[in-house]
Design a protein around this ligand. Structure first.
Ligand code: FES
Length: 568
């Protein structure tokens, strides 16, 4: 069998000499160039991405497996996206990384690829880029951190940061205690160990079948994460020999399975945007409506923060994602093919559950509704999303007076002002935080409540924006309003004092303002100034709205992995 890499390493001529000779400066012997499968290890390691900082070691274990199976591993870096440090937001660069991945794979002698991802956006970025090449690919997640431990109890990444910071603002926690919690929260290698975006996307990887069983939950610090890396290396070599390309795995059925699993784990709203974008690359027709229709009847089975109380380490000990998928029974497409060559049904057939408080039975779920609800109305004609499992039930049918923040600076300038005209029944509205507006659609949709409300013991209010929210956050937060304010969506026209109606059961989101008044306001609306240079300009000109996955319009679809012309 002749592989793609033979076009580089095969010929006994000047070009073959060049391709092999320079590689040999790394100490690679002749026999590695004998036509065996060349496996790229696409690494998002970076010390600026702490969640992925252990990836060099993971890559070493992947290499062991590749060599053992008769392959030739070559590790390469791509831009990494560290959620906690990057500004204005990693989401701005997800599509840029996907281009880096796509072109790095296509331009090089790679027959198959292992994708190493962990921190939130690294997972969709690598899947999007690899999907546009459609070679055999297997994703290996870096694994979650061990449970945080603070003063005798478990604490979760992100979720407890939001809680602690509200406690400091309300006076329930001292600043000294707050600082103490920092090191207690992040005490091992790995990504956020709540069911935030990183854990959600690691579960999505397993549910799509593009990762091995148990990919999602094994902690980064557990030796079994490295054993899984070894097995991933072995398996990708076989996948190349079987020509098991991504398009054979990432089918419509696989995406439906992933939507169902996101509901069952009470997963992050960010999965909506990322799955739409990945499906767009793969050429699978997936819409926002699918999220609502397919997720509507899926109960939340997994009792993890932010919706529940446990963490990813507990999920692993309880049986991991296979136990969750097994519990979903007929809600899952059991014949969907996965990277290990077996079907999803075969993979989970005997998956045991060891803790029924962490993984609830389908007949007695943790929460009745786990999916993502899509709200439409004149305020969000193309859709907005809410995660009902993280919302306050009484606020999901609500009519309230709008308190409007024109942008994030306006929000920060006024939110702590005790003269702010706001009460617990109001609806907080934040504009200009969508893909174009901020730019990059940051995770600011879960606006902190004003101190004067917190002091009343109120912990949740209805909040609406075109932003995203961290998967570790919670509350009655309506996100991803499309079209966004900066593109002239109705959100741009909301004013203080307008009445807003939210009815999650009826999937409605309405601004109660007459059409004449809306038309009058629209006449006075001014489009924000575009960016004039570099990636910001490219992004601003081409980014799609949230309901279409916020990919760049010219990146949707795939170009395959045809071998480009020789370089010299
Ligand atoms: Fe990296 Fe949460 S900050 S996964």
């Amino acid at each position: 069998m002749k592989f793609r890499s033979a076009a580089w390493f095969g010929p006994a001529d000047r070009d073959g000499f060049i391709h092999r000779s320079w590689m040999k400066n790394q100490g690679l012997p002749d026999h590695l160039f004998d036509g065996r499968p060349v496996i790229g290890i696409c690494n998002t390691w970076s010390e600026l991405t702490p969640c992925n900082a252990h990836f060099r070691k993971i890559a070493d274990h992947v290499k062991r497996g590749i060599y053992e199976a008769g392959g030739f591993p070559l590790e390469f870096p791509v831009m990494s996206l560290g959620e906690t440090l990057m500004r204005p937001t990693t989401m701005m660069f997800r599509n840029l990384v996907s281009m880096d991945v796509e072109e790095s794979i296509r331009a090089n002698p790679v027959d198959g690829v292992v994708l190493l991802a962990g921190c939130d956006k690294t997972t969709p970025a690598l899947l999007m880029g690899a999907a546009s090449c459609d070679l055999p690919a297997l994703m290996l997640s870096g694994g979650p951190m061990l449970n945080g431990k603070f003063r005798g109890r478990d604490i979760g990444s992100g979720t407890d940061v939001w809680k602690f910071s509200e406690d400091v603002r309300s006076g329930a926690m001292t600043m000294c205690e707050f600082m103490d919690a920092e090191a207690c929260m992040s005490r091992s290698a790995g990504h956020c160990m709540t069911m935030g975006t990183a854990s959600t996307m690691a579960c999505v990887v397993e549910a799509l079948g593009i990762g091995l069983p148990m990919n999602a939950a094994i902690p980064a610090a557990d030796s079994r994460r490295y054993a899984l890396a070894h097995l991933a290396g072995r398996r990708i070599v076989e996948m190349v020999r079987e020509d098991l390309r991504m398009s054979k795995i990432l089918t419509r059925e696989a995406f439906e399975n992933a939507i169902c699993v996101v509901g069952a784990i009470g997963g992050s709203t960010n999965a909506v945007i990322h799955l739409l974008a990945i499906a767009g690359r793969m050429g699978v027709n997936l819409t926002l409506e699918d999220w609502d229709l397919l997720g509507r009847h899926v109960p939340c089975l997994v009792n993890l923060m932010p919706s529940g109380k446990y963490l990813m380490e507990d999920l692993y000990y309880a049986g991991g994602l296979p136990a969750v998928i097994r519990e979903l029974g007929a809600l899952i497409h059991r014949h969907a093919l996965t990277v290990n060559g077996k079907t999803m049904g075969e993979n989970v057939a005997d998956a045991p559950c060891y803790n029924r408080d962490v993984i609830r039975p389908l007949g007695d779920p943790f929460k009745a509704h786990g999916g993502i609800a899509v709200l439409r109305g004149n305020l969000s004609p193309n859709g907005a999303v809410i995660k009902p499992s993280a919302a306050t039930p009484t606020l999901m049918n609500h009519r309230g007076r709008a308190v409007v923040f024109e942008n994030i600076d306006d929000f920060y300038a006024r939110i702590n002002d005790d003269s702010l005209d706001i009460d617990p029944s109001c609806v907080m509205v934040l504009k200009n935080c969508g893909p174009r507006g901020y730019p990059g659609m940051p995770e600011v949709g879960n606006m902190p409540l004003p101190p004067k409300i917190l002091k009343q013991g109120i912990t949740d209010m209805v909040r609406i924006s075109d932003a995203r929210m961290s998967g570790t956050a919670y509350g009655t937060v309506i996100l991803h309003v499309s079209p966004e304010a900066a593109s002239g969506g109705m959100l741009a026209l909301v004013r203080n004092g307008d009445m807003i109606e939210v009815d999650v059961a009826a999937r409605r989101l309405n601004l109660d303002v007459s059409e004449t008044e809306v038309a009058r306001r629209r006449m006075n609306w001014k489009r924000p100034q575009p960016f004039q240079r570099g990636y910001y300009q490219l992004y601003h000109e081409h980014v799609l709205q949230a309901d279409q996955g916020a990919d760049l319009d010219f990146l949707v679809g795939k170009s395959g992995a045809e071998i480009p012309k020789e370089s010299h």
